[in-house]
Design a protein around this ligand. Sequence first.
Ligand code: DGT
Ligand code: CA
Length: 582
Amino acid sequence: MYHEPVKALEIARLFHEMAGLLEVQSGSVFRVRAYQRAAQTLETLAESVEAVAARGELGTLPGIGRDLAAKIGEYLATGRIAQLEELRTRLPPTLLTLLEIRGLGPKTAKLLYDRLGADSVERLEALAESGEILRVPGIREKTRANILRGIALWKAGRARTPFPRARAVAARVTEALAARGGADRIEVAGSLRRMRETVKDIDILVTSTEPQRVIKTFVTLPSVLEIVAQGDTKASVLHQEGLQIDLRVVEPGAFGAALQYFTGSKDHNVRIRELARRQALSVSEYGVFDENTGARVAGTTEEDVYGALGLPWIPPELRENAGEIEAARAERLPALVTRAAIRGDLHTHTDWSDGHHPLEQLIEAAQARGYEYVVVSDHSKSATVARGLGADALLAQIAKIRELQPRYRIRILAGSECDVLADGTLDFPDEILRELDVVLAAVHSRFTQPRHEMTTRLVRALANPYVNVLAHPTGRLIGAREPYDVDLDAVLEAARAHGKAVEINASPERLDLNDAHARRAAELGVPVAISSDTHWLANLDNLELGLGIARRAWIGPAQIVNALPLGELLAWAHRRRPGARE
Ligand code: DGT
Ligand code: CA
């Protein structure tokens, strides 16, 4: 189980809101930054904030002075922050959503609110569409286009909740249900269990001898904003994070059937029922029934349900009616990757570039994950916003890594997330790349190149004999930047031809390659690297999101380069270098 720093995250969210409110109010930039910094500290806290508070040490946390420590204390004691509630009354509640629009800064948001009363995304969109915002000094056609684009992305991001956020909510709710008693088994079903990239709602199943008690507990959780529906064995609520949660209480004898049914997908279930009918069986959320006698032949576990139809249990990530039923019937289900198969992380940053921790801390954290190796892959010099390393700094870092090595069990590999320049050449010359153990190549500039240029650029980078992995191959930032326009098949073909890997970047903002692209890569025989792209130590655990993508892509350990033992990984990484033996 990974640690869910529940309270700290709640407070971090409130501090971000404070920062936002102060920002649109044109409060002092100093205060805004202070809240943002404190929120970041809380988000990356290694232990529970309650424990720190109990020791009276809140004020010793980075960026948290006496005033903010008092606010945290207030929230822990009362569940509220009075100043925040006061701020909320002074501005329309929807105004803050404007700050979520990419490309619209707080100054512009305030300007449009003051001049035109743009107090919600909907209103801003109408004003932008009609062109009225162009009357405000400083708003040009380009600003208008950016705002409309930002709104479109915002809408797309809201309709469904990103998997990482939904999973965090589900973890909190199921923990609360477990802690308050009354429920025996608790499982999350639906698209969340299938690890889809986004989910519409959270589906939870429980068994209980006291359904009423569980329902009551559920609808009265403090995080519930509104009860949508409430019955004897099921209820739906709107959670404060803005998504709906459905809870169903089922009897133990039907738990497996209900879990199978509500895990879906719908298309998978339709096929399952067809298959059943051909065997004179019927499948529902209550069990598998013999159509002639009406007797229930399975229902307690999912294994029984699939077994009754003559199938092996099918992993939830595969249940999309994308060939898994045929594979199951032929006993050819893939052996999917698990966390245990992963031997190292190939993509991490330290405070040498835009990571937030010194090299030693990163190495210790990776070692604590039980890895055999970790690649330190700070940015290269052209990534100026990420404080990329020049050649001298990189050589110094390599020397430092070699010097530190004897102190650690884990093998520290010197790497670089080397920029792919606009023409497809790399940010470092071969003489420098030669010094590295593993080389990642990635695009961080000129995202808007026409398709053929971007494709040529990536294909050329993959041809470089020192490059091992193409990092975040499509460049999307979820809710903020579309993938760049590229012929991905041509890129994957080049990766295959040159024996290079493509990355499944497990950072929640990226998740790139996505499941469909990763499956395509695997089908073409292109190996993948599942990487955390760590900037904060806790990011190392994001790897799990990448594993979800890989599993949805039918990928097993044999197709994953960071499932290779150290020696084989290095042999693979170096085999195209000049002078290497094939
Ligand atoms: P989403 O949209 O992210 O919530 O995706 P799901 O798959 O969680 O969909 P949801 O919440 O509407 O329903 C949960 C599961 O319940 C779904 O995967 C399969 C099952 N289910 C729901 N409605 C139907 C239906 O009309 N027919 C069948 N066969 N199954 C259904
Ligand atoms: Ca659902």
